[in-house]
Structures are given as C-alpha cells and as structure tokens.
Design a protein around this ligand. Structure first.
Ligand SMILES: [Zn+2]
Ligand SMILES: [Zn+2]
Length: 225
C-alpha cells in the first residue's frame, strides 16, 4: 500500500482519486466478466435499480453488451412489475402519487439506502486509502513524495482529516497542503496576469494548466475515465 501511494504521488492529480479510478476501472471489467450471473449480486442490483448515472455510463463504455443485457433484463422486469402493481391497485396508485413529490427520481422505485454498488465500493476504498495515508504519513519518503505532489483534492483532504485522531499529524497534513495550495494560487494569479493584453506576449509556463488543476483540487478527479 505504501508503494501504491508513493507511485500515485508521481501521477498528476490527487493520489486517492488516482488509486480509486484505477480500482474502479478494474472492478468494472471484473464485474461484467465474473459477477453478472451471481445470484446475490443480481438481487442487490435489482434493489438499487442498477448503477448511478456516472457508473452506468462508465460501465457501458466497456462495451460488454452481453453482460449488460443480463443486468438490464432484471431491472426492466423489476420496474415493469412495480408499475403494473401501481396500475392495477388504486391504493398503490394514490401512495405512489403522494411519494412522487417526496422522492428523487429513481428513488420512487428503490429504497434510498440501496445505493449503486460501485459507489459503495468507492466509499470503502476511499476510507481505506484515507486510513493508509494517516498510517504512512510519518514515513519520511511518504511525506517527501506528498510534499512534491499535487497534494490531495479537498474532498479527500477532508476525508483524511476526518479520520485523523492526532492533532500533531492533523496540523502536519494541513501545513503541507497549505504550501501546495499557496503555490497553486500563485500560478493562478500568474495565469490571470498574463491574460492582460500588456503581458499577453510573455507566453505561458507551468501555470498554463493551473486553472484545470484548480478545478481538480476543489472537486477531485472523480471516476470518469
Ligand atoms: Zn481526490
Ligand atoms: Zn455509482
């Protein structure tokens, strides 16, 4: 795990975002290949009505129509059954109409606690990497690699801080992040300055993509491939 994190620090962007993206990609491939026929998984998918918007389309991009058709047959049967019941019973119809304004879109057909399987996995990995981050922070090679990296995106910084029980460690992480963010802010200001017509001939240096890194810093990379 230490090795994974050090390797991730060398990539562009937040190390936890990078590691999660890598795992999600592998998980999806394995999922379509191995788990589509698993009875327990199929049942879970019926309950969550498949995946969230982002993961459903990410999975689609892998192009496995065969695996997907198995999943979506189940989902259509689930929805058709529910809609049929609503159509047939006036009591169910009344309740359904009442619930429509309270629930968010697909939550009308599922329990709000049954979230997308891949989102659930992501959350577990996020927690695991946040804990590892804290565990390895005292290692000089870890700290040095962190210092020389993009740092963490703010959502993952907060996830790490949430798990940090030691004030000294807490402050150590914030101090390094402040240094990284201060540099990014300077680059943003430089990028902005060069848009002034008086300086526009100077050309851009490493601050050229600072506005993109700033977006990633605030919201994270997400899992879009
Ligand atoms: Zn991140
Ligand atoms: Zn999801």
């Amino acid at each position: 795990m230490l090795h994974d994190l050090i390797e991730a620090f060398r990539k562009n962007g937040c190390c936890i975002c990078y590691l999660i993206r890598k795992r999600v990609h592998k998980y999806m491939g394995d999922f379509l290949y191995e788990q589509v026929n698993d009875v327990g998984i199929r049942e879970q998918l019926r309950k969550s009505l498949g995946f969230c918007n982002i993961h459903a389309w990410q999975l689609q991009k892998l192009g496995d129509g065969f695996g997907e058709s198995i999943i979506y047959q189940d989902l259509f049967e689930t929805i058709i059954n529910k809609l049929n019941n609503i159509y047939e019973s006036n009591n169910m119809l009344k309740t359904f109409i009442k619930e429509l304004s309270k629930n968010k879109n697909l939550d009308n057909f599922r329990d709000k606690n049954d979230i997308c399987l891949i989102c659930k996995q992501e959350k577990e990995w996020e927690e695991m990497y946040a804990l590892s981050f804290i565990e390895y922070f005292h290692e000089p090679i870890f700290k040095k690699s962190f210092q020389n990296s993009f740092g963490l995106c703010i959502p993952h910084l907060l996830e790490v801080l949430k798990k940090c029980k030691d004030v000294k460690l807490f402050k150590g992480i914030i101090r390094i992040e402040l240094g990284i963010m201060d540099n990014l802010l300077k680059e943003l200001k430089e990028f902005h300055r060069k848009h002034d017509y008086r300086f526009s001939k100077e050309g851009f240096g490493k601050e050229g993509d600072s506005w993109i890194r700033a977006i990633e810093k605030i919201v994270g990379k997400g899992t879009l491939l």
